[in-house]
Design a protein around this ligand. Structure first.
Ligand code: AMP
Ligand code: ZN
Length: 462
C-alpha cells in the first residue's frame, strides 16, 4: 500500500489510481531560459523517486513534464519581464535557440542523474491552440474578464480558491503589490497577456495578439495528455501558493469537478543555510559540482539521504560525506557479487517487506538506504544479497551495479536533445522524423538504443 503526503488534504494517503493499474502524473518542468541549478535538480530527483516507487509497486505510469519554452514573466504575479526574451537579448539568439540550448543541458543533466524521464515531454509552444481552447472554455463558463493588458481569471467566481495553501479570498493583506490595479481581485491572474508589437514570441488569439499566462500552460498540457481526472501532480514547494492554486482554479472551474487527486511538493534545497542567490554567488549547477570533483550521482545520493519533504541544506562538506558514503555503498554491493553463501527465502522476504514498507511510507528513502547498509554489512557475502539490493535499486536509481570507480559517459547536450526529439517523434509515430534524427545522431558519433523503459545513448567505437 503506497502512501504519499497529499498537500491538498495535509495527510498521508493511500494512492488509489483512477484507472486500474495506471498512475497518471504531471510534473512541473523547467523554464529553459537559463541553466537549471542543483535546487531544481532536487525537484526532478524527487520526481524520479516517486516514479520509481510507483513502478516498483507494479503500477504502470503515464507521466507528463512540460518544458516552458515560451516566455512567462519574471514573477508569479504576471508582472516583470519575459524571461525568454530577456535571455534572447542577453545572448543574442532567438528564443527557440535559447530554449533548445538550455533544454539540451537539462536533459543531459537528467541522464547523468539516472532520472527516469516521463513518458511525455511537452513543449509549451507546441500547445498554444490547446491553451487558447482552455481559456475559451473558461470564458464560456463566465470565469474570465478582459482588462487593458490581458484576459484574467476571476477568482471570486471560484470560491474554493486557495484550498492548497489555505488562502482566504477576503484576506489579501499579504498579497503582493500588483502592477495592474485594474484587476478585480489581487489574486486574479492572467490567462492570456497582450504583448507589445516588438515582443518576439506572440500568437494570434480570439482576444488579440499575445502569449499565454504561465499557469495555463501546465493546465492545458495536463488536460490534453492526462484528461480531466488524473492521479498526481508534483512540483517544488515554491509553486504551492500561487502556480498550483491557479492551476487548480482553472482546471476545476473548466471541468466542473476536482481534476487532480494528489498534490505532492518537494521541499527546498538550501545552500549554506539560505536561499541560493546571485549576489552570494552560490547558485551551483551540476557542472559546477563536476568541476570540483563530484559526480551527478554523488549529488543524487546526497539528496536521497534526506526525505523529500524536509529542507535540505547543501554544503560541500555534506557533499563530500555523501560521496564517501555512496562509494562505500557500491563497494559493499560489489563485495556480494561473487559471494557464495546462501540466504534463506524467509530472510529475503523479510528484507523485502521492510524495504517496501519504508519506500511506501511517503517515500522514506533515507530509511531504506539505512536498511540496505545493514543488510550488506550483516549478511555473509552472497549473490542472493547482491541480487536483492539490485532489485531494490529499481526504486532508488542509484546505479548500484556500476563498479565503484565507474564514471558515466558524458553525452554532449546537443546529442541528448536530438535523442529526446527522436524519442518524441517515435512516440508520435512520426517514424520518418525519428529515423532522420537517428541518422543525424549516428553521423555525430553516437547511437541511440531503445529498450522497454526508454532509450540509452552510446558513443560509437572509433
Ligand atoms: P522553475 O524552473 O523555477 O519553475 O523550477 C523548476 C522546479 O524546481 C520547480 O518544481 C521548482 O519548484 C523547483 N525548485 C526551484 N528551486 C528549488 C530549490 N531551491 N529546491 C528545490 N526545488 C526547487
Ligand atoms: Zn506547472
Amino acid at each position: 500500500m503506497l502512501k504519499i503526503f497529499n498537500s491538498l488534504t495535509n495527510k498521508k494517503e493511500e494512492i488509489k489510481p483512477i484507472e486500474e493499474g495506471l498512475i497518471k502524473m504531471y510534473t512541473c518542468g523547467p523554464t529553459v531560459y537559463y541553466y537549471q541549478h542543483i535546487g531544481n535538480m532536487r525537484a526532478y530527483i524527487f520526481m524520479d523517486s516517486l516514479r520509481r516507487v510507483i513502478k516498483y509497486n507494479g503500477y504502470k505510469i503515464k507521466g507528463v513534464m512540460n518544458v516552458t519554452d515560451v516566455g512567462h514573466l519574471t514573477s508569479d504575479e504576471d508582472s516583470g519581464e519575459d524571461k525568454m526574451e530577456l535571455a534572447s537579448k542577453r545572448e543574442n539568439k532567438s528564443p527557440q535557440e535559447i530554449a533548445n540550448f538550455y533544454a539540451g543541458i537539462f536533459f543531459s543533466d537528467l541522464k547523468k542523474l539516472n532520472i527516469d524521464i516521463p513518458e511525455n515531454i511537452t513543449y509549451a509552444t507546441h500547445f498554444i491552440p490547446q491553451m487558447i481552447e482552455f481559456v475559451k472554455g473558461l470564458e464560456e463558463k463566465g470565469y474570465t474578464y478582459k482588462i487593458d493588458d490581458g484576459i484574467y481569471f476571476d477568482v471570486q467566481k471560484f470560491p474554493e480558491y486557495g484550498q492548497l495553501s489555505n488562502k482566504d479570498l477576503s484576506k489579501t493583506g499579504n498579497a503582493r503589490i500588483e502592477e495592474n490595479k485594474n484587476k478585480h481581485h489581487p489574486f486574479d491572474f492572467a490567462l492570456w497577456k497582450f504583448v507589445e508589437p516588438n515582443h518576439i514570441m506572440k500568437w494570434d488569439s480570439p482576444w488579440g495578439v499575445g502569449c499565454p499566462g504561465w499557469h495555463i500552460e501546465c493546465s492545458a498540457m495536463g488536460r490534453t495528455l492526462l484528461g480531466d481526472r488524473f492521479d498526481i501532480h508534483t512540483g517544488g514547494i515554491d509553486h504551492k501558493t500561487i502556480h498550483h492554486e491557479d492551476e487548480i482554479a482553472q482546471n476545476d472551474a473548466l471541468a466542473g469537478h476536482r481534476v487532480v487527486n494528489t498534490w505532492v511538493h518537494n521541499e527546498f534545497l538550501l545552500v549554506d543555510g539560505g536561499k541560493m542567490s546571485k549576489s552570494l554567488g552560490n547558485i551551483y549547477t551540476l557542472e559546477d559540482l563536476e568541476k570540483r570533483g563530484y559526480s551527478a550521482m554523488d549529488f543524487k545520493y546526497f539528496c536521497l539521504n534526506t526525505h523529500y519533504g524536509k529542507k535540505l541544506n547543501f554544503t560541500f562538506d555534506g557533499l563530500t560525506a555523501s560521496k564517501n558514503g555512496y562509494k562505500n555503498l557500491k563497494t559493499l554491493v560489489n563485495e556480494h557479487k561473487f559471494g557464495t553463501a546462501k540466504i534463506d527465502k524467509d530472510t529475503i522476504s523479510l528484507y523485502k517487506k521492510k524495504f517496501l514498507d519504508a519506500i511506501n511510507d511517503d517515500l522514506n528513502i533515507p530509511l531504506a538506504i539505512g536498511q540496505i547498509f545493514t543488510i550488506l554489512k550483516t549478511s555473509e557475502k552472497s549473490k542472493d544479497i547482491y541480487d536483492l539490493v539490485l532489485d531494490f535499486d529499481r526504486a532508488l536509481g542509484l546505479e548500484l551495479d556500476a563498479c565503484e570507480n565507474h564514471t558515466s559517459l558524458e553525452i554532449p547536450a546537443e546529442i541528448s536533445t536530438l535523442a529526446q526529439q527522436r524519442w518524441e517523434a517515435k512516440k508520435n509515430k512520426d517514424y520518418q522524423k525519428s529515423d532522420e534524427l537517428r541518422a543525424v545522431i549516428l553521423q555525430k558519433g553516437y547511437v541511440v538504443k531503445d529498450n522497454k523503459d526508454g532509450y540509452t545513448i552510446e558513443k560509437l567505437e572509433q
